[in-house]
Design a protein around this ligand. Structure first.
Ligand SMILES: [Zn+2]
Length: 224
């Protein structure tokens, strides 16, 4: 083999190996928070006429993620467009990335009901409770029809609440008003930016100080 060809092959091999290592390293990069807009694609979630829960969840998640990024928080979304992602994949993303916090965004559904409630998995989970309470306090201040409190357990079944059970970090699931309530929908549309700001602020406040200051500069440092 000609000398230059050998060098070319070595150079190409180096590119492949280093590129692969970079991709693997990046995929394990630690994140501060995983934001999880519920549902997507054929899984529309709850509905009220043409209004679909999956779209409301995504709009709020994108707005919240923008604010968190501006604050130097390393945030990942389980989806950033209208696609289907299994509950298992949502959890494994957060677990693989060693997310410090996990926040799932949903809207509720029940005839005649209104207001905001936030679910955590277990009674004995002070970090999840603190996260949920901080978000609920912020949303309450931004303007909601009714504060239904922080609730524990998995409601009627696995469903949306799967994510609280299968993520290995403090997590909560926000049921941001009832999509079946015109009053809640009007509030949602009027206060979307305020809700995003409240959630972003609460998440930021629940992150350990060192993480966000470190992340604001270099994102690929010595995170385990
Ligand atoms: Zn939902």
């Amino acid at each position: 083999m000609q000398r230059w060809k050998r060098w070319l092959l070595i150079a190409l091999a180096a590119v492949v190996v280093l590129g692969g290592a970079y991709i693997i390293f990046k995929s394990d990069e630690r994140v501060d928070v995983v934001l999880d807009p519920g549902h997507g694609d054929h899984d529309a979630g709850a509905a009220n006429g043409d209004r679909l829960e999956k779209d409301d969840n995504l709009a709020l998640a994108l707005a919240t993620a923008d604010l968190l990024k501006q604050q130097g928080v390393n945030v990942r979304l389980t989806r950033d467009d209208d696609r289907f992602v299994s509950l298992k994949k949502r959890c494994s993303l957060a677990n693989r990335r060693h997310a410090t916090l996990f926040v799932s965004l949903h809207r509720n559904s029940a005839e005649g009901a209104k207001g905001v409630e936030i679910w955590i998995g277990s009674e004995n989970d002070p970090a999840s409770r603190a996260l949920a309470q901080a978000i609920l306090d912020g949303l309450d201040a931004a303007g909601i029809s009714k504060n239904r409190g922080v609730k524990t357990g998995y409601a009627q079944g696995v469903g949306d609440y799967y994510v609280n059970k299968h993520t290995r970090m403090p997590s909560c699931l926000v049921e941001l008003g009832f999509i079946t309530s015109d009053e809640d929908n009007a509030l949602y549309d009027a206060h979307l930016a305020d809700y995003a700001a409240a959630i972003a602020q609460a998440i930021h406040a629940q992150l350990p100080e060192k993480e966000t200051t470190a992340q604001a500069g270099e994102t690929t440092s010595a995170a385990e």
